[in-house]
Design a protein around this ligand. Sequence first.
Ligand code: 0L1
Ligand code: MG
Length: 256
Amino acid sequence: MNIIEIANEIHWHQKNVLEMDKITTRYAGLTLEDAYEIQKMNIIKDLQSGEQFVGWKMGLTSLAKQQSVGVNQPIYGRLLKSMKMIDGELSLEGLIHPRVEPEFAFLINKRLEGANVSEKDVWQATECIIPAVEIIDSRYRDFSFNLIDVVADNASSAKFLLSEQAFSPSQFQWEKVQVTMKLNERKVQEGKGSAVMGHPVRSVVELVKMLHSSGLCIEPGMVVLTGGITEAIHVSSGDLLEVEFDKFSTLYLNRK
Ligand code: 0L1
Ligand code: MG
């Protein structure tokens, strides 16, 4: 087993928008550390071809999502500038079988690091909180994977949209914010901010701790997607999506 070759295989499928078989059924003995190393190797390739690293995403932060994948821990992935959707258009180009989920994004303005980071540290380093939508897209056939597979595939990262409205961290009780997703004008999902580890700030704390164990940290200017507030829903070309965050913000994808 050569993790450089495995990383190359995943990267090829990411760039060529093609499904692949799980790596864990084909390569025995892969560890979670190998998976994060593969993720990092592929991001380095992207950076070498001119990409820009803009932040982190936490995934599998809700009990519902962990149960649906059969795991009991969150994961992280890396966000690149090209993943950022500029406006509310829903372009599914370059995606295999996209799913959409609502999230809160934290914009960080001070370095966050260390195993002992607290919620207070995160609040002190948070410039603002931004309603967001993540489009995830697994490169694995049928969206079927285990923890190691999905980490190696950059936690299914594909695209994300940030609202143009940014809010002060103290403006709302984020865990109580009700989020509703409508697909083609029909309500399909709803949830509260508390679905993300009880409170989305805990997702950032957990990310800092996970990064610390790999000698990494969150640098100022980075955005952090804290994890899905509801189940992710399948979207197809032409679908209209409306994501409402209480009454204070609404994000549209493919608004007519
Ligand atoms: O952002 C997420 O929670 C997704 C993490 C990976 C699992 C998936 O693709 O559903
Ligand atoms: Mg997500």
